[in-house]
Every structure is written in structure tokens, then in C-alpha cells.
Ligand binder design. Sequence first.
Ligand SMILES: [Zn+2]
Length: 458
Amino acid sequence: MNKSVFAQQALLAEGWARDVLIDIDDKGRFGRITTGVSRGDASVAAGPVLPGMANVHSHAFQRALAGYTERAGPNEDSFWTWREAMYRFVSRLSPDQLEAISQQLFIEMLKQGYTSVGEFHYVHHGSDGVPYDDPTEMSERVISAARQVGLAITHLPVLYGFGGFAGAPLTETQKRFHNNPDALLRIVETLRYRHREDAGVRIGVAPHSLRAVTQNTLETMISDLHKIDETAPIHIHVAEQEKEVADCLAWSGKRPVEWLFEHANPDRRWCLIHATHTTNEELKRMAKSGVVVGICPTTEANLGDGLFPFRAYLDVGGAFAVGSDSHVSTSPVEELRWLEYGQRLATQRRNIAALPGRPSAGGSLWQSASTGGAQALARPTGAIAEGLQADLIVLDGSHANVAGRWDDDILDGLIFAGNDRLVRDVMVGGTWCIADGHHAMESAAAKNYGCAVAALLS
Ligand SMILES: [Zn+2]
């Protein structure tokens, strides 16, 4: 049966509109959208309606480590010392624990306004590095967690073949991550087949980083992937750390983004995660190619990665999206705010994200990140428009940061005024997942999560 939502204000693909009747068809897509009409018998949204946000970069298990690696060690702490702590944790992770952690995390994401996630999934095998009887066991646990709570997922099984540039061997812990291109493609094919009827599941791949592949394995995997799905998304960590750039230069004479453009020809199907340490020339190539940069401001800050040159990238017309990566925050508001604030601090300027014709930093951030995110996750979402997946969020219209505001002032209030959660209701693929700030499974999920983490951290 069709259903309809009436909104006093809604951010549509073409901009803000008033008195909007949004039809949703029986396949969970937006149907007819009419503006300047009366509500009829539609349910009335309790505040402004926005397109849902894509979270393009997640390692779900890392939710259990958020806030757990903040004590100084004996030597100077960095991304690399954090990675050691993360590896110790991952070596104990079981399928049940992964599912419990993911379910809790995905409910948190929904409550904050994310309606889809890109899961960059690299823990494939058992602790001893031996594949489970079903090699997709860990993938299925994450997909199942997402779909049980209603979150749409683009699952990205990771190609992780080597422990460093030039085909260095894997460490003991990294053996859980290992696949060759053939084995990875089998995982992709199995998952595609099993979830073919679920519009909330999309399958892509993720070469982990240039550290973890060779030119040959990267080329093989991508050409094989595009034989079975020519629009499948490809995500890769790139240029996150200065050491990674230095190691890549030492290995190839090229910086990571330079190397990628010269050997893999990334295009609109690609999402470059972090791309933190990039030159103006690299930014231009990225923008021209149509890739999306997946920026993860709170994780990049937490890990001491550095600051993505966001303003310079916007100046060349680059597309971007945000991700919560290690989940030190699960709020798109916090990612977008820190994306803007990092640049304000670095450049001593304000309203960095404002675009010609869109002077509101908040409006520009939300709209660009939601359309960039949909492209990166290769899903028909990212705007409220007929034919797209019906992913939307309803803000609390009575909250002080929203009440009495119109149009982009609402998004500026959402992103730049305080830390209250303003998301009230969330719909994914035509189904309400969050109602009045709550998810039907939140108590049970929190309990399971608590048990899983207690066991893991004991
Ligand atoms: Zn990552």
C-alpha cells in the first residue's frame, strides 16, 4: 500500500519547498512529490524533512574501541601505535561479537540521521587466519546487523594481500584479513546472489590501501569485478598518513594519489577515503575524474592524521562525502561541523563550505555530502526526488535550534548550534526505523553489545 508524508518544509533535490506531499510507493521509493498542497490524509512530519545522510566509511567492529585508546603509551602515540591496539582487539573478535557490535552501532547511526553505510570490511577469517566454513561468515554478520535494524548497506569486502608496499608479507594479525583477488571475487559473487532481492544491500569492493595490494592484484580484481557489475563501487584508503606518502614515494617515486591515477584510472565509481595528504595537482585530478573523497573528520582528528585541504578541493569543484570510520562519533552533524571548523581554524576564514548561489555553509555541507555519499555507495539515494529510495529524516520542529527557522537556516541550526540530537524520525527505503528518537530494538541491542564488549575487553 502506498503511504504519504506531509511536510511543512522539505529539502527536495531542487531546493527547499513548503507544504510538500511526499508519496512513497510499495517498493520503498519516492513517488509523486507535490508542493504547495494541503495534507489530505497523509501523516504529518513533526518538523523539517531532509534527505538521509550516507556514511561512506565504517569499520563496524571499531565501535567497541571508541574512547578506549586515549591513554598515553610508553612511546609517542600515533596512528601506528593506535593500529597496534586495534590489531590486538581484532585478533579476538568472534562472529557473534561482530554482529552485536554492528547492531548497536547501526542503531546509533540511524538515530543520528545516517540512512546508509559503506562497510569497509576486512576481518574475513578466523583468528588463526583460516577461512570460516562459509568464507562470507563475517560479511553476512555485518549485513544482517544492518538489515535487521533497517539501515541500508553498501558492503565492501576488502582486498588485503600484503603487509606493506612492494608486496611485503602480512603480519600474524593481518592473516585474518587476507584474500587474493579470486577469493575476494567469490565473496562478492556469493553476497550479490544472496542479497539480490534486497534494495537495501549493494556490494562493491575495497582494495585496502596501496600498502596492501600490488599493481597486478589491483588490476585483476577491478577488471573481474566490473565484468560482473560495471557500476560496482570501489573504495580505497589513500594518503591518510605522511609516513604512507613517504613510503609510497620511496617505493615508486610517486605519491599515493599520483600512483593511483597513473595505474588505476579512478572514476565516478571510486571513493578515495581520507586523501588527507594531497597536493593541489592531485586535488585537481581527483575533482576532474569524478571520484568522491570520503572524509572522516572526527577519526582523522582522533588519530592525528592531518587536515584534508577541503577549501582547495571545493575550489576545483571536487565531490565529497563523510564517514564515521572508527566511530569516535556516529553523528553526521559532528563530521560536517568539524570538516568546516578544521578549515576555519587553518585559514582564519568563515563559511568555507559556502558555494556560489548557496551561501549557507550548513545547507551546502548537507546537500553536497548526501549526494556525494549516494554516489560513493552506488545507491539511488541522496535526495528527495521521485524514483529514488525513500530515505529521509525528520527533525524535531519544536527544538530551539529549528523552531521558527526556514530553509537553509535550519541546516545551519542543525550543524552549528550545540550537540542536542535534533533527529526525531528516520525512514529508510520507505520504512520508519526511528520513531520519536527511538528504535524498537535499542534496548536488546545495547544489552548484547555490553556482553560482547565485556568479553572482548576482559
Ligand atoms: Zn578506514
